[in-house]
Design a protein around this ligand. Structure first.
Ligand SMILES: Cc1ncc(COP(=O)(O)O)c(C=O)c1O
Length: 408
């Protein structure tokens, strides 16, 4: 038998494994690690939501649902988006309940891409976008964002990357890993480019509720773009429901119909008990949601000031639950920094380069971690920074300086 590699699809072979996973695996096999690496809430799903699921199971709700999702959930989603983000969708024709926003990203792309179509993706960004574009037969085209602009996506930069093959723009704000978000003025300029070049937009707003500085503006709420935008939201982040796997794709009818075709043959439906829990969360758990958001906000301040105190420059992350400080001042590259920090002080962070070349020299630190853990992590990081000179010397194979903790 030939090597199995030869039998695999060239498209799949061309996709590198996720760089984040490698760090999770390293962290998971080391005792006593404080992880600032994971991108999910440390909170357990609010009790009333779990209770609604238990109740659904006790009442025997264990079947498939309609492909598009439970009508009660689609109605709840439409009401929620209207109340929170002033964007309205018809629950019968313009809402699809997906298995997390993840499925929404995949189905939205597969519904529109032909081989060779280009999709603009801001970078640094969530690691799934590029591979999903490739799996859908398209070509990812990365649009850089820069630390000098607080990693905000600029309309003028987007325009530089548009070609006759550009089919869609993927927006992602608040952003993972940078925490950058886009305000109404930024979005207005992006809207003008989208209309000028007749682009479709996939707007991943999974962190919408986690906006600390500006009220979140949903892209399809702007004039004239709703009919060309697929909005992706879901339960994972704001309601601490990552494991339930429920997300929502909302958009123009023809695009949703095409996604329903993919979804009905590949997924069938999201789990019924999770959908019932999501109805409870969207209609009755706003207080619990807001309490969690308030805690993230408190931690965000703590984290940013801790990094600045340590001498690492850190732009203000305005949303999500990540800080993305620079480690360039330490003289270590982000990958070495993350590896040494894990090895010496047992703190796991993610090197920025896994999110794209714009992330080189930064580390992603999630503050979806309790305050006590965060404080302990910062103590360990300070200790690590004090030993920097020795670490650099050791890596370069020279004798440590007697000055010890000098930071570059
Ligand atoms: C930007 C972004 N989009 C989508 C997802 C996936 O979310 P879900 O759990 O709804 O599939 C994540 C998860 O980390 C994310 O960071």
């Amino acid at each position: 038998m030939t090597d199995f590699e030869d039998r695999l699809s060239p498209t799949v072979r061309a996709i590198p494994p996720s760089g984040i996973r490698r760090f999770f695996d390293l962290a998971a096999t080391t005792q006593g690690v404080i992880s600032l690496g994971v991108g999910e809430p440390d909170f357990v799903t609010p009790w009333r939501v779990r209770d609604a699921c238990v109740d659904a199971l006790e009442r025997g709700y264990t079947s498939y649902t309609s492909n598009r999702g439970l009508p009660a959930l689609r109605r709840a989603v439409a009401r929620y988006l209207e109340d929170r983000f002033r964007v309205s969708y018809n629950p019968d024709t313009e809402v699809l309940v997906t298995v997390g926003a993840s499925e929404g990203i995949d189905a939205a792309l597969r519904a529109i891409l032909s081989p060779g179509d280009e999709v603009l993706i801001p970078e640094p960004s969530y690691v799934s976008y590029g591979p999903c574009v490739q799996l859908a037969g398209g070509t990812p085209v990365y649009v850089p964002t820069r630390a000098e602009d607080q990693f905000k996506l600029k309309a003028s930069t987007i325009e530089r990357f548009i070609t006759p093959r550009t089919k869609a723009l993927l927006l992602s704000y608040p952003n993972n890993p940078t925490g950058a978000t886009l305000g109404e003025r930024d979005l207005e300029q992006i809207r003008a480019i989208v209309l000028k070049h007749d682009l479709l937009v996939i707007s991943d707003e999974i962190y919408a509720e986690l906006s600390y500085v500006l009220p979140h503006t949903s892209f399809p709420s702007l004039p004239g773009v709703r009919e060309r935008t697929m909005l992706l939201t879901g339960m994972s982040k704001a309601y601490a429901m990552t494991g339930w796997r429920v997300g929502f794709a909302t958009g123009p009818r023809a695009w949703i119909d095409a996604m329903v075709k993919i979804h009905q043959y590949t997924i069938l439906c999201a789990p019924i008990m999770s959908q019932m829990a999501a109805v409870e969360a969207l209609t009755k758990a706003s207080r619990e949601r807001d309490e969690m958001v308030a805690q993230y906000e408190e931690r965000r301040r703590l984290v940013v000031s801790a990094f600045r105190r340590m001498g690492l420059s850190c732009h203000e992350p305005e949303g999500a639950f990540y800080a993305f400080p620079s480690v360039k001042e330490t003289g270590l590259d982000d990958e070495v920094f993350a590896e040494e920090l894990l090895k010496r002080e047992k703190v796991a962070v993610v090197p920025g380069r896994v999110f794209g070349p714009g992330g080189v020299g930064h580390i992603r630190c999630s503050y979806a971690t309790g305050v006590d853990q965060l404080l302990e992590a910062f103590e360990r990081m300070e200790r690590f920074l004090e030993k920097l000179d020795d670490i650099r010397a050791e890596r370069e194979g020279r004798a440590p300086s007697s000055l010890g903790g000098a930071r570059r």
